[in-house]
Design a protein around this ligand. Structure first.
Ligand code: SF4
Length: 341
């Protein structure tokens, strides 16, 4: 284990390198999660939980202010366990306990980084999920690739298999942009294709699933058309990987919002950046029709956009409703309707 103050230094270094100027949420009650909400997908109802923990140790990515909802100080396992109890005891969750099919576990960073998310709390969470959600089919863990440890995955999968219904393990990783230069030199993601391909092989070996987060138009000076093309290339690539490894892959496509306190906000203020149009998001996702992957559209800015910086524009509720319906049905006609609207 790295000392807690060293972890804090890593967080501050990443924040500085990414030229971020948001404050951390150090005053948050550590017995409360950062947030949780529900989503509808073709697999059924999803509980998405963001635990309040120490921030992402990488913290550099250009348009990301997710660490602003976390702490730069260590949050111990007792607090994280109290957060688990609080979420699972919430009436909105208990009402849905019999029908929930999937839980996505996030800490706005990496839940497999034991420095920032305690292993004790993770094991406790799995035990409580097994106990409380009889129809749970998938548990998805958000993480950077470098924290994926085979022994830990095997252990977690074994624990999940003890639930009333077989529950699969999914890893959810941020890919953000397909273009290697944009991803690593501009966005500062720090993810090489070889690392990703190695992860695909390992997940396929264990029969686990993979979710990849992409952002449409993640950096300034990218054209709307260039952003659509980047997602098309990502879909083609992931579909080929899914076939090659017989791996179940879900591409989670987030239209980029202008996250406050980031270089994207500075570009937005200078008129060098504007968020993508939902019609272009539909056009990008249409590429997945007939391919070997699933697509889910992230349609929330999680309250992290700066003023005027959301992709959700007034008068577009109808488009959002159709895209949400696509998430529930994977009916590509809905995307065609939005793309042509
Ligand atoms: S995108 Fe993920 S890895 Fe990058 S800084 Fe944000 S939370 Fe960390």
């Amino acid at each position: 284990m790295v000392a807690a103050d060293q972890v804090e230094q890593q967080i501050l270094h990443g924040t500085q390198r990414g030229q971020k100027d948001y404050p951390f949420d150090d005053g948050h009650d550590p017995s409360r999660p950062a947030a949780f909400w529900f989503q509808e997908s073709e697999e059924g109802q999803i509980l998405f939980v963001v635990f309040y923990s120490q921030a992402c140790r990488w913290s550099q990515c250009l348009g990301c202010n997710l660490p602003a909802k976390t702490s730069k100080k260590h949050v111990g396992f007792r607090s994280l366990m109290a957060q688990v109890d609080r979420v699972l005891g919430d009436p909105a969750v208990t009402q849905r306990a019999a029908s929930l099919r999937k839980v996505i576990v996030s800490n706005n960073g990496s839940v497999l980084d034991q420095q920032t998310f305690s292993s004790t709390a993770l094991i406790y969470l799995i035990a409580r999920l097994n106990e409380r959600f009889p129809r749970l089919g998938v548990v998805s863990l958000e993480t950077r690739v470098e924290y994926v440890d085979d022994a830990e995955l095997e252990f977690l999968a074994r624990a999940l298999a003890e639930a009333d219904t077989p529950t699969q393990l999914e890893l959810a990783i941020g890919f953000e942009a397909f273009d290697e230069r944009i991803r690593n030199e501009v966005f500062l993601k720090g993810l090489k294709l070889e690392q990703f391909e190695d992860l695909c092989r390992r997940l396929a070996f264990y029969g686990f699933r993979l979710k990849c987060y992409f952002m449409q138009k993640p950096v300034p000076d990218m054209t709307d058309e260039g952003a659509v093309q980047d997602i098309h290339r990502a879909i083609d690539y992931l579909s080929e990987r899914a076939q090659r490894h017989r791996l179940r892959i879900n591409l989670h496509l987030n239209p980029t919002y202008v996250a406050y306190g980031t270089r994207l906000e500075a570009a937005f203020v200078q008129g060098r950046y504007w968020p993508p149009d939902l019609r272009d998001v539909a056009r990008a996702a249409l590429r997945a029709e007939g391919k070997s992957i699933r697509v889910f559209l992230g349609l929330s800015d999680e309250g992290l956009a700066c003023a005027g910086g959301s992709f959700l524009r007034p008068g577009e509720a109808g488009l959002v409703a159709r895209l949400e319906a696509f998430n529930r049905t994977q009916d590509f006609n809905l995307l065609r309707e939005v793309a042509g609207a």
